[in-house]
Design a protein around this ligand. Sequence first.
Ligand code: FAD
Ligand code: NAD
Length: 467
Amino acid sequence: MENFDVVVVGAGPGGYVAAIRCAQLGMKTALVERYKTLGGTCLNVGCIPSKALLDSSEHYHQAVHTFDQHGIELGSKPKVNLGQMIKRKNEVVDQTTKGIEYLMKKNKITVIHGHGTFTSNTTLHVASEQGDTAIASKNFIIATGSKPASLPFITIDKKRVITSTEALHMTEVPKHLVVIGGGVIGLELGSVYARLGSKVSVVEYMDGIIPTMDKTMGKELQKSLSNIGFEFYLSHKVKEVTSKGKGVVVKADNAKGEEVVLEGDYCLVSVGRKPYTENLGLETAGVQVDERGRVLTNGHLQTTAANIYAIGDVVKGAMLAHKAEEEGTYVAELIAGQKPHINYNLIPGVVYTWPEVASVGFTEEQLKADGKAYKVGSFPFKASGRARASMDTEGVIKVLADQQTDEILGVHMIGPRAADMIAEAVVAMEFRASAEDIARISHAHPTFTESFREAALDATAKRAIHI
Ligand code: FAD
Ligand code: NAD
């Protein structure tokens, strides 16, 4: 039986980053992955393919709706070639997953394809079509990720009642896509099809979309998405989903208890994801899970078996690729005897709709609930010259700062390129900057980032220049 210093189970962004960092630190490392390609949910059926389709659909949407105002005449109305769009997306996924294979070779990591099951806390059985193997290791890192969650009364037939995975491989543009859950997946994939011409109805249990983010973001995003053909059914409790032939019927009760019936041709179920630990042999290894099926870890991502760690979607916390990556690096450095640290409060969250939503730190609702004295500054993109030039004037940046010290406590933005712009706020907050610090830093003109400076000026002393 081959012996390793570290075996990582699962090759998503948590697992492959952990493996690279372990190898960089001189450990003999193996990576076990049950699928043929590396990269996990994120690269195969998550972040990367969804962003590829979001980019393609946004190009189409712009061509149909704004090119004429830019003075570009296409002659005839552009047509969607969904097959080509999906093919390009598949090529992007292929290139990206192959890139991970290259990185494994470069770092001399042993990659074993097959499903891993613990046979003790130091041994793993790997089952594959090519035959089974057993490996031993001093340490293990569980990075087995998550799968789509559903509701008890829903049957996901993967044809008409689908999850994000099927929504990334559609063969036609839905006429009416009913989305259950107004969170990140529902709004991103809903956006893809709304831009391509679908009517999209979102049924959400809470009274606002993206309910875990700052409330202003959800309200602004709802306005923008309504403009591209979304309809929202908020405070609606779904109670039945049936699929027959080419149709789906979704029944929900509204806040007054009245029944609302939605008929569509596809129903996307996007009510969250659940940790994946099937047939992993956790009990045999002495690894416990919590009440929600997540691998139980202490403050150092160590499981109830001291030499086994767990990271990413399979443990508590935000189900985000960059959170999984941080944890992968953290555990590798911890095993190597270093003293790493993760600031969970400063892991940004992004929704890749258009406008994009991006957020870091505390929301205004959290500050209120904590009884914290804070100041608010904001700046609308309609007052930005750069945004007018590109016709991206929807949205606002909101900066929350400590009332006494002026330290930035939270930044929430909805607008053009917010996904990239949030990085400045993360850096600022890592260095515990005040709103005035940002206000005194030169920002190139004309850029979208000037709006962050203006919002910081507004927060620090109500002295924004351009509003
Ligand atoms: P995963 O990526 O889920 O990888 C786990 C891997 O473990 C899988 O490859 C699985 O096959 C393997 N595995 C499981 N069990 C075993 C076993 N017993 N033996 C061997 N292998 C096993 N996050 C973002 O930050 N930004 C985004 O834009 C974003 N977009 C997303 C879009 C969609 C549609 C979805 C579904 C998710 C998106 N996410 C995004 C979330 C992101 O994909 C996850 O947070 C991330 O993939 C978690 O990484 P992970 O390494 O923990 O697990
Ligand atoms: P989510 O948690 O973002 O949203 C689920 C939504 O469904 C919530 O708004 C919730 O209130 C609603 N909901 C739950 N039960 C419901 C019910 N019975 N009826 C109606 N609505 C209900 O989950 P998701 O959108 O499925 O995404 C799963 C995970 O993937 C998320 O944790 C997210 O972090 C990650 N992800 C991230 C990105 C990104 O970073 N851009 C993109 C896609 C997915």
